[in-house]
Design a protein around this ligand. Structure first.
Ligand code: DCP
Ligand code: MG
Length: 393
């Protein structure tokens, strides 16, 4: 395991308080390596060292959720059509998505995080931020905490992870991606500015490939070029995100690590005046409730990961069907798309008349970073189509 700038984050850096907020915070970002694929390789040892893809079948226009590092050398990546991936590497072994298993392992990983600090923000199923400025172990070295977490994850789950350590979320996130798989990278407050100046534009988290190409055409290749632009110019080029990048490239990202909110779920249900199994009527009602739930989320500025449809039949027996998204969502469209799917399945399976339907969303997150969530939402759709049938509770 290696890292860059020495093995301890100082409690404070004299005369060098880059973000102007006093002592630097100690932030760790941990991201599992080739998560779904590594789990499959752990479950089936004969797959180790081989190019494997986890994703949907090419016959159903499936996409790659992820692939092992061996498969990445053929140019395969997340989001690519499985058919194309298999053309790039015909020997790759395709494994179906087993979301329940990955969710269980994800819980184990987050439990390890919580042994060190209560300030943990899950970013997706396999990554999270930890603020360890104060921590349960009273350990002043964020680097040694990160190492201990990596060791524990390996010990408990058999899986490898990468870690980034710095004084803000942006730098910790960028750092964790620098030495994948299995690496640990520290961006010391004293080195942050030089690091950001030489950081290639496509490595700025949240700047996608298309935007990076657009900026490169304007001769903006690295952080130092980005820094030459005024706030206004950045807003012209990047919209609202311009503000964020203007600060970030100067080493400033004041976002806090925001743990999952206390409130556990939001829901709405309706009991009909007459029991019914008229699908059109039920669809209309579920659509209304879904949009109500979306409205409640947006009012509270919350995003949720698990949707549950509740159906109570005329005989008062009740069933629930759940679906978990890969990323938190909050749009009415996403909620409606999934609840409709769940409803149609329920009605197709059971023709009894229905007296009540309800929709609830749980595993809530605060919309701490609009930008990161914007990226997430794009990815969520292709993923949702892939795993819908696998995720019924
Ligand atoms: N995932 C997905 N669809 C995507 C991206 C990711 O289903 N478009 C799933 C599969 C990944 C998991 O989420 O295993 C975590 O995503 P990461 O972006 O962290 O990718 P990996 O962990 O697979 O690889 P890396 O080592 O680059 O983090
Ligand atoms: Mg990962």
């Amino acid at each position: 395991m290696e890292w860059r700038d020495g093995d301890a984050m100082p409690a404070a850096v004299d005369g060098d308080r880059i973000d102007g907020t006093g002592s630097p915070r100690k932030i760790i970002h941990i991201d599992m390596d080739a998560f779904f694929a590594s789990v499959e390789q752990r479950e089936f040892p004969h797959l180790r060292g081989k190019p494997i893809i986890v994703g949907g079948s090419p016959s159903q226009r499936g996409v790659v959720c992820t692939c092992s590092y061996e498969a990445r050398s053929f140019g395969i990546c997340s989001g690519m059509a499985t058919s194309q991936a298999l053309k790039l590497c015909p020997n790759a072994i395709l494994m179906p998505v087993r979301m329940d298993l990955y969710c269980r392992i994800s819980e184990e990983i987050f439990k390890i995080f919580s042994e060190f600090t209560p300030v943990v923000e899950p970013l997706s199923i396999d990554e999270g931020y930890l603020d360890v400025t104060a921590n349960f172990k009273n350990n002043p070295s964020a680097v040694s905490i990160a190492q201990e977490i990596q060791r524990k994850i390996l010990q408990k789950t058999g899986l490898s992870s990468s870690a980034g350590v710095s004084y803000n979320l942006f730098l910790a996130k960028v750092a964790s991606a620098m030495r994948k798989p299995g690496g640990l990278t520290v961006i010391h407050p004293r080195r942050a500015i030089a690091f950001l100046e030489s950081l290639p534009i496509e490595k700025f988290y949240g700047i996608g490939r298309v935007t990076a190409r657009r900026l490169e055409r304007l001769n903006i290749h690295r952080g130092r070029d980005l820094k030459m632009l005024s706030r206004e110019r950045l807003m012209e080029l990047l919209g609202k995100r311009g503000h964020y990048y203007y600060d970030v490239v100067r080493g400033i990202d004041s976002r806090e690590v925001t743990p999952v909110r206390k409130r556990k779920s939001f829901g709405r249900e309706i009991t009909f005046p007459r029991d019914t199994n008229d699908l059109q009527f039920l669809e209309r009602e579920v659509s209304n409730i879904s949009n109500c739930v979306a409205l409640m989320l947006s009012e509270e500025k919350l995003w949720g990961k698990t949707l549950t449809l509740k159906v109570k039949f005329a005989d008062f027996r009740q069933i629930t069907r759940s679906y978990s998204f890969y990323y938190p969502i909050n749009s009415g469209q996403s909620i409606e798309e999934i609840t409709m799917h769940l409803l149609r399945r329920c009605v197709a399976e059971d023709r009894r008349k229905i007296r009540l339907v309800g929709v609830a969303i749980s595993r809530l997150f605060s919309d701490a970073s609009g930008m990161a969530n914007g990226v997430a939402v794009q990815q969520e759709f292709s993923f949702a189509r892939e795993v819908t049938q696998l995720c019924y509770g």
